[in-house]
Design a protein around this ligand. Structure first.
Ligand code: SAH
Ligand code: SF4
Ligand code: F3S
Length: 491
């Protein structure tokens, strides 16, 4: 088992293996040598900080990067005044990019105080050539840049960056910036280490990339083509997680409903769920994201029957107007979406449904926007993420005429948000007095006599209890609803 290999037993003087993941374990061993040397000279281990700036997929990637750094011997820290800082970036909306440029200035200040500090950037934003060019020109103090497709090569890239550094461990400067970005990949490298944020729950990638090309979205360009992991690999990982104390898994993909299509022996997402249901020790299964165009009756039926799949579905609507949906290349109509909601509620009357909505897509008229409000009223979402449309260079929507003026979009956004919040608050009340199963996640940050957990539908509950409850699932009576969270007591 690679995950358990002792790095010190790897022959570091041999030629690097060509096959993966052996090659990466070899470079982990080489980096470990560097870390030992640092520790001896400085009298302490080097400290590393990994910052996740994106979605759940990025969060899982950050756990893999953290896993590799920990295996090498870095001490992980939350402070960015560290010896190695890695930003795992997102580029889905413009403001995500701006945040990175702002933070780089701060990091530069830290690096001036600690010349040994190395700064690395990876993730979706680095897949854009214009971004990398800008960093190369304007932020020469960055030491390492890599992308989403070669993330598995992190140990090897880190090795190159570390050995670009001079004898005292200080990076050489601008000329030594290591950059490696791939256009795409069809490779999936298994069995690399990962360090979970929580002991009792974990994200599990079931697929990578996206083939949908929604016209506003940059993800297919920065994450590449859709590819599914083999079901056996997914199950192997989940069994290992269960053995290690994990009770809840979140299956991750940009469009989990199309899981399995490209495999040699195609498997549907519903079939995969059934296999995962059989894994002993796993009590809760979640997944995201579901695309409405691929949500099958088989999946609804599998959810209905399952004792482990949480009765919660995140089903992005994006817009309530069929015309805007067409221009967004979403491949469903308002009526088809409503029909899905009907089917879901018929099968699982208490299912919690959440969504994503974009306001101000090019060409959105007041009437189109009214259709979105109408859908929010009709579906009665338990919660919704609302976004102002952001123009992403290279996507078809960026070139569309009739971009909606900012003030108009903002005004619509505020109206939508207020509607969404009113409905969500009212819906949340319906659980008051009921008994719900709650997975206890942490000691309450404000009051140490309380712990905080999540219901099946992902809502937050605070209840009396100590750290010994963390990771357990308890039945809780919800005594009070305070807007978006509950107070409860164990029954
Ligand atoms: N694969 C998922 C979500 C990916 S991105 C899905 O298809 O649902 C998460 C959300 O960001 C999207 O659902 C969408 O609502 C929003 N989003 C994506 N691109 C955007 C853009 N250019 N402007 C504003 N919001 C965007
Ligand atoms: Fe983007 Fe659409 Fe793919 Fe989701 S399904 S990642 S919104 S292109
Ligand atoms: Fe952002 Fe990449 Fe996720 S662009 S939303 S981090 S897939």
């Amino acid at each position: 088992m690679y995950d358990e290999i002792d790095l010190d037993k790897i022959d570091r003087n041999a030629e690097p293996p060509t096959e993966e993941p052996a090659r990466q374990y070899y470079f982990m061993a080489k980096c470990r040598e560097w870390v030992k040397d640092f520790t001896q000279k400085q009298g302490r281990s080097p400290r590393a900080c990994v910052v996740n700036m994106g979605c759940q997929m990025n969060a899982r990637d950050a756990e893999k990067l953290t896993g590799i750094l920990s295996r090498i011997g870095y001490e992980m820290t939350d402070t960015e005044e560290a010896d190695f800082v890695l930003y795992n970036t997102c580029t889905v909306r413009e403001n995500a990019n701006n945040k990175v440029y702002g933070r780089l200035g701060v990091l530069n200040g830290y690096q001036k105080k600690n010349p040994r500090m190395m700064i690395a950037l990876c993730g979706c934003m680095m897949q854009e050539a214009s971004v990398v060019e800008k960093i190369r020109r304007s932020y020469p103090f960055v030491n390492l840049i890599f992308g989403t497709h070669n993330l598995y090569k992190f140990a090897e890239l880190l090795h190159t960056a570390l050995f670009h550094a001079n004898a005292s461990g200080a990076p050489k400067g601008a000329s030594s910036m290591v950059i490696d970005i791939w256009e795409d990949t069809d490779q999936i490298v298994e069995a690399l280490p990962a360090k979970r944020k929580y002991a009792f729950k974990s994200g599990v990638n079931i697929m990578f990339g996206c083939n949908n090309f929604c016209s506003y979205c940059i993800v297919p360009y920065v994450r590449g083509r859709e590819r599914s992991r083999e079901p056996e690999e997914i199950l192997r990982e989940i069994r290992m997680l269960a053995n290690d104390g994990v009770v809840e898994v979140m299956l991750l993909g940009q469009n989990v409903n199309s899981y399995g299509k490209g495999l040699k022996q195609p498997v549907t997402f519903a079939q995969l769920l059934q296999k995962i249901e059989a894994v002993e020790g796993i009590s809760r299964i979640r997944f995201m994201t579901s695309h409405p165009k691929d949500l099958s009756d088989e999946l609804i039926e599998t959810m209905r029957r399952s004792k482990k799949i949480c009765k919660h579905l995140h089903l992005p609507l994006q817009s309530g107007s069929t015309e805007i949906l067409r221009r967004m290349n979403r491949k469903y109509t308002k009526e088809q979406y409503l029909l899905l909601i009907e089917k879901l509620r018929a099968a699982m009357p208490d299912i919690s449904i959440t969504t994503d909505i974009i306001v101000g897509f090019p060409g959105e008229t007041e009437a189109d926007f009214e259709e979105t409000l109408d859908m929010v009223r009709r579906v009665q979402y338990d919660s919704a993420f609302t976004f102002l449309y952001s123009r992403r260079t290279g996507t078809p929507a960026a070139a569309m005429e009739e971009q909606v003026p900012e003030d108009v979009a903002k005004h619509r956004f505020d109206r939508l948000l207020s509607k969404v919040q009113t409905i969500a608050a009212r819906k949340a009340m319906r659980y008051t007095g009921s008994v719900q199963s709650v997975l206890v996640e942490q000691v309450n940050t404000q009051d140490a006599a309380l712990v905080t957990g999540r219901m099946d539908n992902n809502s937050i509950v605070h209840l009396r209890g100590g750290a010994d409850r963390i990771g357990t699932i308890v039945d809780v009576r919800l005594t009070e609803c305070r807007g978006f969270y509950y107070i409860g007591e164990v029954v």
